[in-house]
Design a protein around this ligand. Structure first.
Ligand code: NAI
Ligand code: MG
Length: 336
């Protein structure tokens, strides 16, 4: 039995976590869900977007499956997603993008995995006003040797474990010579230890173009926080969008699996949410828990439903169904 902290989150969070827990249970995964709250809903109910009991539960169980959390724009509490990644030092954000059967997309045969450094860069929250009139703001980016070594090593180790052939390191060392320059230097150093894996580096703007022109040429990608944030959404767009891509945040002794899309307030409560992104994240979780066989069984059921029961799928992927009909179509195959 695996103890996993389950945070349904805001908006469509409840609907998609219900779908995912149903599918995992139907597939025979032995899960003990420790339900906790966070985000806007926790803020309303408990006066705290990140309650202490949620932190305590994560501290204890070290594995989290999390629905989307609403972050207020401008004033208000800081992103809980960012806070959790920093607090538990979940330095690797891992985002696979693999072409799916029968999903509208201009590309076929995309199969890449993007590793984004998750704790530093421009996302450390060090922003301040320079002047009293609030006409001049400044933001600080941090890149350390230690964190860069960890994320780049994680990408190489992943490539080794899953038989991937090539790492592309993305940077902007021509302009940001110290911060992303350091990241590039460390990438070159580490690549020397993995002679069997091809290594290349690309400047981020060129990378953006290459990814939409010939995404099939990429295998494993590793980059700093801001570039990774943007390119990982781009990668999702290559294979059908945020509704169908999963993500893992992994550190040395804790891991959090989440959907990459937000809380979708426009469709919340209507039964229209596509649970596939969170489901794919939960499959990464099963792999992390050495339950790869159950994960494969579920993945294959999802592919079959997309291919052969498209009408049961949700509208965002061209189906005519709801969260419930899609979930049931997958469960029916798992029960057979
Ligand atoms: P969003 O991802 O919530 O929605 C963008 C569009 O995609 C909407 O039209 C929505 O209906 C659709 N969509 C998203 N997920 C879907 C799904 N599973 N099935 C079907 N359609 C789906 O992004 P938005 O509107 O920019 O952000 C809303 C809130 O979510 C904000 O408060 C934001 O801060 C938060 N957010 C949270 C994230 C997280 O917890 N990891 C990530 C991104 C945004
Ligand atoms: Mg993002």
């Amino acid at each position: 039995m695996h103890n996993v902290v389950l945070i349904p989150g805001d908006g469509i969070g409840k609907e998609i976590t219900k779908s995912v827990t149903t599918i995992l249970e139907t597939a025979g995964a032995e899960m003990n869900w420790v339900r906790c709250s966070a985000g806007e809903s926790a803020n309303k109910e408990l006066g705290n977007p990140l309650p202490q009991e949620t932190l305590d539960a994560i501290e204890k169980h070290r594995i989290v499956l999390k629905g989307p959390l609403t972050t207020p724009v401008g004033a208000g509490f800081r992103s809980i997603n960012v806070a959790l990644r920093q607090k538990f030092n979940l330095y690797s954000n891992i985002r696979p993008a693999r072409s799916l059967p029968n999903i509208e997309s201009p590309f076929r045969g995309v199969d890449l995995v993007l590793f984004r450094e998750n704790t530093q860069g421009l996302y450390i929250g060090k922003e301040h006003w320079i002047d009293d009139e609030e006409k001049h703001a400044e933001s600080i980016a941090v890149v350390t040797r230690e964190a860069s070594e960890k994320i780049i090593t994680a990408a190489f180790e992943y490539a080794k474990k899953f038989g991937r052939k090539k790492i592309t390191l993305v940077h902007k060392a021509n302009i940001l010579k110290l911060t992303t320059g350091l990241f590039l230097t460390i990438g070159k150093e580490i690549s020397a230890k993995y002679p069997e894996i091809e290594f290349e580096d690309l400047i981020v703007d060129n990378m953006a173009m290459q990814m939409v022109m010939r995404p099939q040429r990429f295998d494993v990608i590793v980059t700093t926080n801001l570039f990774g944030d943007i390119l990982s959404d781009l990668a999702s767009g290559l294979v059908g969008g945020l509704g169908v891509t999963g993500a893992a945040n992994i550190g040395d002794d804790a891991a959090m699996f989440e959907a990459v899309h937000g809380s979708a307030p426009d469709i919340a409560g209507k039964g229209l949410a596509n649970p596939t992104a969170l489901l794919f994240s939960s499959l990464m979780m099963l792999e992390y828990l050495n339950e790869g066989r159950v994960a494969e069984k579920i993945r294959s059921a999802v592919y079959t439903v997309l291919q052969e029961h498209k009408s049961s799928c949700t509208r965002d992927v061209g189906g005519e169904g709801t969260t419930a009909t899609y979930t049931e179509a997958i469960c029916r195959l798992l029960r057979d």
